[in-house]
Design a binder for this molecule. Structure first.
Ligand SMILES: Cc1cc2nc3c(=O)[nH]c(=O)nc-3n(C[C@H](O)[C@H](O)[C@H](O)COP(=O)(O)OP(=O)(O)OC[C@H]3O[C@@H](n4cnc5c(N)ncnc54)[C@H](O)[C@@H]3O)c2cc1C
Length: 250
């Protein structure tokens, strides 16, 4: 089984987000980067499939050299080798063009895992575009995946208020998310993995020409939340007065 993981390197979920250059750029100063959390669920599922069925797991990232520590972490967790397309991504389309070009030139993967969306720009577009550009099947928001006899896939998707179970065949692009594996199954690199990761191949390839179709005009933070007023549970008159005269909601 040949598996490709599309991995986006994103700010740690606890990061304090700031913008620079007149609110047009994300300020990376002091930010710790991590594996996109949805991609982490996909990575663990990919590892479990590799361990059960054998094969190779390759991690692919479109990013500058800054993403290499995060790529090495994926190698330490268990990917066999890595490919970095040397481009600081600027929009979803041009990122997808790079990934699709790599897949077309290396059309050997049965399963291509991605996350449901990146947690920084929240596009939820790259994997769908890659599927269209490469002509592969695509299933997003996947919370369960089983390989059946004969190579068919049974996939569970999260839908409003329940699950949708579908069947498809490989090669397929899977957008994984929380639920694809149990949280306690998520892996952290151990010392042996970290040592081995240093020796695993990390190939850096140049980007192909790709049009950037969307440009950010500016970012805005949500308005700062007002302070909280605590009211005694027996003081209904004060509550009504505040709702009426201050919050003006009744
Ligand atoms: C309008 C816009 C402007 C942007 N400008 C910048 C910028 O100036 N600088 C910058 O660094 N980034 C920028 N980005 C983000 C950059 O394009 C992202 O790396 C990439 O496009 C993912 O963003 P997304 O939210 O569309 O991904 P999504 O479509 O939400 O990602 C879905 C999945 O695709 C895969 N994937 C996504 N990105 C990558 C990647 N880079 N490599 C491998 N797999 C990937 C992952 O599995 C991910 O879970 C921008 C994004 C947008 C939408």
């Amino acid at each position: 089984m040949k598996i490709l993981l599309l991995m986006s390197s994103v700010p740690d979920t606890t990061s304090k987000i700031n913008f620079k250059d007149n609110n047009t750029k994300f300020d990376e100063a002091g930010i710790q980067f991590v594996i996109n959390p949805h991609d982490e669920f996909a990575l663990t599922k990919a590892m479990q499939i590799k361990e059960k069925h054998g094969g190779e797991l390759v991690v692919l990232n479109v990013g500058s050299a800054k993403t290499e520590p995060v790529i090495r972490k994926v190698l330490a967790i268990g990917a066999d080798r890595a490919v970095r397309i040397d481009l600081d991504p600027e929009d979803s389309y041009s990122t997808a063009v790079q990934i699709a070009d790599y897949i077309k030139k290396n059309d050997e993967f049965d399963l291509i895992f991605a996350g449901k969306e990146s947690i920084d720009y929240n596009g939820g577009m790259v994997h769908g575009m890659v599927a269209e550009m490469t002509g592969k099947h695509f299933v997003n928001a996947v919370i369960g995946l089983e390989i059946k006899d004969g190579g068919k896939l049974e996939i569970a998707r999260e839908i409003e208020g329940g699950k949708e179970i579908i069947e498809t065949t490989m090669p397929v692009i899977i957008g994984g998310q929380k639920g694809l594996v149990k949280e306690e199954e998520l892996r952290i690199p151990n010392m042996r993995g970290i040592m081995m990761a240093r020796k695993k191949p990390l190939e850096v390839i140049p980007p192909v020409d790709a049009e950037v179709r969307v440009k950010i005009e500016k970012f805005e933070k949500p308005p700062v939340k007002g302070s909280i007023k605590l009211i005694d549970k027996d003081n209904l008159d004060e509550l009504i007065d505040l709702l009426h005269n201050e919050a003006k909601v009744i």
